[in-house]
Design a protein around this ligand. Structure first.
Ligand SMILES: Cc1cc2nc3c(=O)[nH]c(=O)nc-3n(C[C@H](O)[C@H](O)[C@H](O)COP(=O)(O)OP(=O)(O)OC[C@H]3O[C@@H](n4cnc5c(N)ncnc54)[C@H](O)[C@@H]3O)c2cc1C
Length: 409
């Protein structure tokens, strides 16, 4: 591994300080810095950040939509935390990686040399190629800057269409509704949270969303974003659906998924597919170069979740500093807390009719509670909770165990 940086004398011999450069300063990047510092008390650690803000809780940025003044409260750590760990921070966008020279290029033309590199550049919103989607008035939401700009647009709008009923779309719709906007969620799948819930759970959740005054259109395919007139630069006025209906709104938010920020790796020799391929030590095919968080795909797995990004960041940072950590590939539970209700799902959804399956289902429409336990040959293989998630920890501990382990627990 090439070594750069300051030369220091240790006990009469000259030792070189490691220089660990981390690209991207959200949860994966900050965790990588933490992991690296724990492994090496002396390393020179540089966190490169494209965003002008102190690293913040990205998963809470929807709170800014109806309360922009709360933005500073979302900071991950105060500035002193970085000083105490001797982590240097530099604002800049990386535009290229040159493994042969062990350095990254920045948009301002400068370079930073590294002995190990950790790429934590995360995601950006995916915008589908729908006619009219580039019109003014169509927004995305991933960065704090997006949230601050959207908050201003929301403040002067009366209605919003949110395209996509996943976690982010739901949260954004909830906060837009709280800000007083007529809110419509358009979801292509026949159910809300179709990947997480079964029909009964989704129907209950959907009624909860509707009870807040939010219109939900499921199974709705968008053919085009319509403008005030036909000119391509004419501001968005609504959407045209495949069933012929046109829905109107002052603003549109596209929230149908994400794609990885890795265009700057072109020509670097770092192997990518839809994301950066790594092993479970979070190392890429290029020795000394690691990736973690949303941008990484260890052993073919990708979750796009905050706690996973944190864990991968810690592993990548530690290994970049000489450690031997490994990312434990556990499929995390799906948990959301939005629309004034909660959802917790883990494992098997219980949709199979195979022999040996049994279900324990209870539904309390009035209180908005749904509970489904899935057993395979008497062993708890999955659960689904909507509304009351107080049993989550107990059920998680009972996973993989026989029915009896839940009795009287
Ligand atoms: C509104 C919202 C709600 C969410 N809710 C949840 C939730 O409830 N639970 C959950 O588990 N997850 C949730 N997530 C997902 C979670 O936030 C992500 O999984 C997590 O942020 C990924 O972290 P990351 O550090 O890998 O990347 P990111 O958070 O995407 O950060 C990457 C950073 O790298 C920077 N960057 C990109 N390219 C460059 C470059 N070339 N040079 C320098 N810097 C660069 C970016 O500007 C950014 O600051 C939510 C996300 C959003 C937006």
């Amino acid at each position: 591994m090439a070594l750069f940086g300051k030369l220091e004398f240790q006990g009469g011999t000259m030792a070189e300080k490691q220089r660990i450069v981390i690209v991207g300063s959200s949860i994966a990047g900050v965790s990588a810095a933490e992991g690296a510092r724990k492994q090496d008390a002396e390393a020179d650690i540089l966190l490169l950040s494209q965003e002008p803000f102190l690293p913040y809780y990205r998963l809470r940025i929807c709170e800014v939509l109806d309360h922009p003044e709360t933005a500073p409260q979302l900071t991950l750590h105060p500035p002193e935390w970085y000083d105490d760990l001797r982590l240097r921070r530099l604002q800049g966008t990386v535009t290229g990686v040159d493994p042969a020279a062990s350095r990254v290029r920045l948009a301002d033309g400068s370079c930073q040399e590294y002995s190990s590199l950790v790429i934590c550049t995360g995601s950006q919103s995916f915008v589908p190629p729908i006619p009219g989607i580039q019109r003014p008035g169509v927004h995305t939401l991933w960065l704090m800057q997006n949230a601050l700009e959207l908050a201003k647009v929301i403040a002067r709008s009366r209605s919003i269409i949110v395209i996509g009923g996943g976690l982010l779309g739901l949260e954004a719709a909830y906060h837009a509704r709280r800000a007083g906007l007529q809110t419509t969620i358009i979801e292509k799948a026949p159910l809300l949270l179709a990947n997480q819930l079964d029909e009964a759970g989704s129907a209950l959740f959907c009624r909860r969303v509707q009870s807040l005054g939010i219109r939900v259109e499921t199974g709705a395919d968008i053919l085009a974003v319509t403008g005030r007139d036909d000119a391509p630069e004419s501001p968005a006025r609504g959407v045209r659906l495949a069933d012929g209906r046109c829905l109107e709104a002052d603003m549109i938010l596209v929230s149908i998924g994400v794609k990885a920020n890795m265009g700057f790796l072109e020509g670097s020799g770092i192997r990518t597919e839809r994301r950066i391929l790594t092993d479970t030590c979070m190392q890429t095919n290029v020795p000394g170069i690691y990736a973690a968080g949303d941008v990484a795909q260890p052993d073919g797995y990708w979750f796009g979740l905050w706690p996973v990004s944190r864990q991968q960041g810690l592993v990548a940072g530690s290994n970049a500093a000489g450690g031997k950590a490994e990312f434990a590939m556990n499929i995390p539970p799906y948990m959301i807390n939005t629309m004034e209700t909660r959802v917790a799902v883990q494992g098997d959804k219980g949709l199979s009719e195979a022999p040996g399956y049994s279900l324990d289902i209870s539904l309390d429409e009035e209180r908005g509670h749904y509970r489904k336990l899935v057993y395979r040959n008497g062993i708890l293989s999955g659960f689904m909770l909507v509304g009351d998630t107080s049993e989550f920890v107990k059920l998680q501990q009972a996973m993989g165990k026989p029915t009896a382990s839940l009795v009287g627990a």
